[in-house]
Structure formats: structure tokens, C-alpha cells
Design a protein around this ligand. Structure first.
Ligand SMILES: Nc1ncnc2c1ncn2[C@@H]1O[C@H](COP(=O)(O)OP(=O)(O)OP(=O)(O)O)[C@@H](O)[C@H]1O
Length: 617
């Protein structure tokens, strides 16, 4: 994916016009978020736009009526003019109150709508996309800023709309008297338009370049505040180190912000000074006209107010256009992100759907075959797996062994379609794995990841997430817990299956490392799968627990397929097939017996571990 080129676009009229090309899409978001509030706010705004000019006319009418009625003894026309003025003021206030009410709700609707769109896209991304730092930056930009920017644009569009209605109605009052003054007032703010736009773009560029540092700062606060890192940070006395790194990032931000604030103040001072000189001259001219008797006192009052209204509204319109252009840069980041993942998904699903028709939707996994599979992670130039070929049938268990970094986890990531751009073929039931949709495949796989998740939620959720449709099925959850050797855990907990686990939320019950691991295993066992994959499921288990888990695993797998990765040779030896990886290649393959007789890598590793165990005991 190419970095947005928007940042390199100069501040030109063409690009300002281009900024408005997003409006249809933005309006679609605004409409879909909540059409009722959208319409209400629109109506309130248009009405509010007309009121200032009406108020101006009403005050002009009051003054003129007073002048006219003085000495006549009739107060009624004056009272009527005042009543109109008061009525309009009241109407304005009532509309403002309802508009504020509507806006506060609508804002939440919009940011919620945009966030849901972002989360949907994230959910449909591939792991390769997700692990890409650039996409992470883009995601952060979308989440952090872009989710409320559509609302801001909406406000700014409304500001322009209201501004124009008021501007035209107030300028109309001046035009009938002196059109040059009306035009001058309308044009003064335009003089500073490009200066403000330039500043807005600078602001965006700073923000844009800040995101990777922002993510780093966020990560440091995570390390400083989360319980998972707290213990290590404390013992290794890392708090000061993390804190100083965090502070150095933040002081970099402050430096940039100060430069920006200085520029903003400079431009504001200069533009206000020039504007005030021009407006004062115009007001002086109106005062002189009244003094010279060219205009009556009612018109004098109306013109003075019209000058302020025309100028402030023209200024607001210009500011709003500048802000829209600025916000457009942020919204573009959001659209880039949403479009990017959409494109990526189309490619993935297109690949899948081509041969989808051939695959029955309810297929159990009966066999797995790797044919000369090689794979490099995106952005790397070395093969994590090279020329892997093996077959596995229903009823068989495969143990994958090898040194750290030899490619064991990578191999199971390919079976689970987490990466699909490998060389060679992977076949499921004799069909290319890419012919299956993720849905077809995933409902047949029960998986424990090496870095499994501790859900800071209830025990029910922790296990039930393995098969969400059965999350309320206590029988199935208890069965899964029993299969992972945790049958007795539920009755020890204060709220049984609904006990909150972990310490992140109130009343959480903290489990031991081994218990968390068994929970992850029961999550995999929850699913009535035809393939179970356990990536180092026994790392936190004591030898007895480990033996117990594998006994249960073998019983469960029975007529299915079981794959596990382990460094514990006491359990590996019972697998039907053992695959030894070395530097991403298959070094050996066979049964425990065959590999021991071969007396090469496997036998050496096995003997070494047995020896260590015997020495330790
Ligand atoms: N997401 C990734 N992006 C790039 N390279 C990766 C990624 N994950 C793993 N690798 C690299 O691929 C190689 C194989 O990693 P893998 O995780 O499959 O090893 P492993 O055999 O499971 O190791 P361990 O026993 O330590 O879990 C390693 O060199 C690793 O650096």
C-alpha cells in the first residue's frame, strides 16, 4: 500500500476543490449514522441562519418606530416591534437548545458508526496485513482522529450553510445602501484564507508524522501501567527508563506544538489587526453618513450591526472552509484504511470463491497434505519454511519439534490460512486449502495458540469463545473444562461459570499460569472440530498435568486429526508421526521408534532431555 500522497499535495485551489470530492461519501456516513438527527440539525441550522438578519431588521424597526411615534401618544406600534424582537430572540434560543440536544446525541451516533466500520474492516483483515506496521499506523490514524472528523466536517458544513444564509441576509441590508462596503466586508477574510489553510496543512503533516511515535508512547504507557509488564518493569527497575523514553517523545510533541502555536498566533494577530483597521474605517464612514444626515438613526443602527454580521459570517465561512480542507486530510486517512482493507479482502475472497463451488460447506477435515511448501513472511527475504512435504490422515497425531525459530508455529499458521501467499500446495481432503473459505475451515479447527489470550472476562466466556453458539450451554462448557482437566475449577469459583477471571476488572479471580493454559486448551476443546492444533500447550504445565493433558488430547482426537508443537519429548514420543524441523526444512520424519533408530537430530534431542531429567531427579 502506498503512503497517502495527500501530504505532499500543495495548498492550491485545485486541491481545495478536490477536498470537496469526499462530501458524497461523508454525507453517506452522516445519513447512515442517523438520518433523523441529520435532518433535524439541518433544519435547525437553516432556521438559525435567518434569525440574526431578522433580529437586525426587528431592531431597526424598533428604533425607527420609536422615532416615528415620539409625541404621538401611541405606544402600541413600538410594543409590537419589541414583541417581534423578543419573539425572534426566544425562537433563536429554543432552536439552539434543541439543536445542542440533537448534536450531542448525533455526535455519538457518528463516531460509533465510523468505529464500527473500522472494527469490521479490522476483523476481515489478514494476519499479514495486520502485522504490517504501516497499516497499524493507518489504523491508529483512523481510530484516533478520523472517527470524529466526519462529525466535525458536518458541523463545518452547517457552519457554512448558516453563515451564508446570515451573510446574504445581512449583506442584503448593506447592499441596498452601499454595495462596495458589503463586498469589502465579505472579501476581507478571504485575504487570509491561504495563510490559514497552509497552517492547517502543517498541523496535519505534524500529526501524520507523529503516529509511529504516538504508538511508541502508547506502548510505553502500556508497559508502565499493565499488570502483565508491571512485575518485570519493577524488578528490572525499568520504570525510570520507560518514563524517560515516554517523556522524550512527549517533549518532541511539545516542541512541534509550540512552533505551530507561534505560527497560529502570528497569523491571527496579523489578520485581526488588518481586519480591525478596515472595519473601523467602514464604521467611521457609517457614523459620518449619519452625522451628515445621509442616513436616519434606525438605519445607522442596522448598518453597524450588518457590518459586524457580514464580517463575522464571512470570516466564519472562510474558517469553516479551511477546517473542512484540513479535516479532509484526516478523513482521507480513514477512507484509505477502509478502502485498503476492502481491496485486500476482495483479492482474498476472490481467490477463495473461484473454486468454492466445488467444496461442500459441511466437510470434516479428513486429511492434510503439504506439497513442497515454502514460505517467507511479508517484508522478509529468508524462508521461514522451505520445501515442506508431508501427509496426515484422520485418526493420526503429528508432533512438530525443532529448535526455537525452526518454523513450527509458521507451519500451523499456514494450515489455518493466516498466511496464504506461500509457494507449493496445501491440500485438505485432496482439495487446495485456498478453495475453502475461512468459515468452512475455522469451524473445523480447535486451536491453542502459543501466545493464547487471557480474556479478562468470565470463565464462561473464556471457554465458550471456542464455540460461541454454545456459550450459554453449561453442559458443553463443563465438558470442555473436564477434557482439559479442569472439572473441579468451577465449584471453587464464587460465581461458578460466571466468575470474572483476571485482575483487570473488579472482583476478578486470578488463575495460575497453568490454569490459564488449561482454560485455553478447554477453549479449543469446546469446538466439535475435526482438527485440533495445540502450539506448545504444556509450557506452563507441570509434568503430571502435561501427561494428563496429552492423555485427554489423544482420547479426544481419536478419529480426528491432532497436531501439536512441543519441546517436551516425553509427550512427543506418543505421537503417530513426528516431524523434525531445522532452519525451516524437514530434517527428519517418522515415529518415535524410527527416529530413535535413525539416531540423528531427534534421538540426540530426546536423549539430551531424558538425561537432563534424570540428572535433575
Ligand atoms: N510475523 C512474523 N514476521 C516475520 N518473521 C517471522 C514472524 N513470525 C516468525 N517469524 C520468523 O520465522 C521464523 C520461524 O518462526 P516460528 O515462530 O515459526 O518458529 P518456532 O519454531 O515456532 O519457534 P519457537 O519454538 O521459538 O516457538 C523465525 O526466524 C522468526 O523470526
Amino acid at each position: 500500500m502506498q503512503a497517502s500522497t495527500q501530504s505532499e499535495k500543495p495548498v492550491s485551489l485545485k486541491n481545495i476543490v478536490f477536498a470537496f470530492s469526499y462530501w458524497p461519501r461523508i454525507f453517506k456516513i452522516l445519513w447512515n449514522a442517523n438520518s433523523l438527527h441529520f435532518l433535524l440539525i439541518l433544519i435547525f441550522n437553516i432556521t438559525r441562519g435567518v434569525i440574526p438578519a431578522l433580529l437586525l431588521l426587528a431592531s431597526q424597526s424598533i428604533v425607527n418606530t420609536i422615532v416615528k411615534m415620539q409625541g404621538t401618544g401611541s405606544f402600541f406600534p413600538i410594543a409590537s416591534a419589541v414583541a417581534v424582537f423578543v419573539g425572534l430572540t426566544l425562537l433563536n434560543e429554543i432552536i439552539t437548545i434543541f439543536e445542542t440536544h440533537s448534536k450531542s446525541i448525533y455526535q455519538t451516533y457518528i463516531s460509533n458508526f465510523v468505529n464500527v466500520e473500522i472494527f469490521k474492516k479490522v476483523g476481515s483483515m489478514s494476519l499479514a496485513n495486520f502485522e504490517n506496521a504501516y497499516i497499524q499506523d493507518q489504523l491508529q490514524r483512523s481510530q484516533q482522529e478520523a472517527n470524529y472528523r466526519p462529525y466535525e466536517i458536518f458541523e463545518q458544513i452547517l457552519g457554512i450553510l448558516t453563515g451564508f444564509v446570515t451573510l446574504f441576509s445581512s449583506a442584503a441590508i448593506l447592499i441596498t445602501w452601499n454595495w462596495i462596503i458589503a463586498l469589502t466586508l465579505g472579501l476581507i477574510p478571504v485575504l487570509f484564507f491561504f495563510a490559514y489553510l497552509h497552517l492547517g496543512k502543517k498541523e496535519f503533516l505534524i500529526y501524520y508524522s507523529r503516529i509511529p511515535r504516538h504508538r511508541k508512547a502508547w506502548y510505553l504507557t502500556f508497559l508502565l501501567t499493565r499488570d502483565s509488564s508491571f512485575k518485570e518493569a519493577k524488578l528490572n527497575q525499568l520504570h525510570t527508563h520507560f518514563l524517560s523514553e515516554y517523556q522524550s517523545i512527549i517533549s518532541g510533541f511539545l516542541k512541534e506544538d509550540k512552533i505551530l502555536a507561534n505560527k497560529r498566533t502570528g497569523i491571527s494577530l496579523f489578520s485581526q489587526l488588518i481586519s480591525n483597521i478596515l472595519i473601523s474605517t467602514i464604521i467611521m464612514y457609517i457614523a459620518y453618513s449619519a452625522f451628515a444626515g445621509k442616513i436616519n438613526i434606525g438605519n445607522f443602527v442596522a448598518y453597524i450591526s450588518a457590518v459586524t454580521l457580514t464580517f463575522t459570517n464571512s470570516q466564519n465561512i472562510v474558517f469553516n472552509i479551511v477546517d473542512i480542507c484540513k479535516n479532509n486530510l484526516y478523513v482521507e486517512q480513514l477512507f484509505n484504511f477502509l478502502d485498503y482493507s476492502r481491496e485486500a479482502n476482495i483479492t482474498e475472497s476472490a481467490k477463495h470463491s473461484k473454486s468454492n463451488k466445488k467444496i461442500a460447506s459441511n466437510q470434516k477435515i479428513r486429511s492434510i497434505e503439504f506439497r513442497s511448501v515454502s514460505f517467507r513472511y511479508p517484508g522478509t527475504d529468508f524462508y521461514a519454511l522451505k520445501g515442506i512435504s508431508f501427509e496426515l490422515e484422520q485418526g493420526e497425531t503429528l508432533a512438530i519439534v525443532g529448535k526455537n525459530g525452526s518454523g513450527k508455529s509458521t507451519l500451523v499458521k499456514l494450515i489455518t490460512l493466516l498466511y496464504s501467499d506461500y509457494e507449493g500446495d496445501i491440500l485438505i481432503n485432496g482439495e487446495n486449502i485456498k478453495s475453502f473459505t475461512e468459515n468452512q475451515l475455522y469451524k473445523e479447527i480447535g486451536m491453542v495458540f502459543q501466545d493464547f489470550v487471557h480474556y479478562e472476562m468470565s470463565l464462561r466466556n473464556n471457554v465458550g469463545f471456542g464455540d460461541i453458539k454454545n456459550i450459554e450451554n453449561d453442559f458443553e462448557i463443563n465438558r470442555a473444562l473436564e477434557n482439559a482437566g479442569l472439572a473441579s475449577l468451577t465449584c471453587q469459583l464464587p460465581h461458578y461459570l460466571d466468575t470474572q477471571l483476571g485482575k483487570y476488572f473488579q472482583d476478578g479471580y486470578q488463575l495460575s499460569g497453568g490454569q490459564w493454559q488449561r482454560i485455553a486448551i478447554s477453549r479449543a476443546f469446546m469446538r466439535d472440530a475435526s482438527l485440533y492444533i495445540l502450539d506448545e500447550p504444556s509450557a506452563a504445565l507441570d509434568p503430571e498435568a502435561e501427561k494428563d493433558i496429552f492423555k485427554r488430547f489423544n482420547n479426544l482426537v481419536n478419529d480426528r486429526i491432532g497436531i501439536f508443537i512441543s519441546h517436551r519429548y516425553t509427550t512427543i514420543r506418543y505421537a503417530h508421526k513426528i516431524l523434525v524441523l531445522d532452519g525451516g526444512k524437514i530434517a527428519e520424519m517418522g515415529t518415535h521408534q524410527e527416529l530413535m533408530e535413525k539416531d540423528e537430530i531427534y534421538a540426540e534431542l530426546y536423549n539430551m532431555q531424558i538425561e537432563q531429567f534424570q540428572t535433575a531427579h
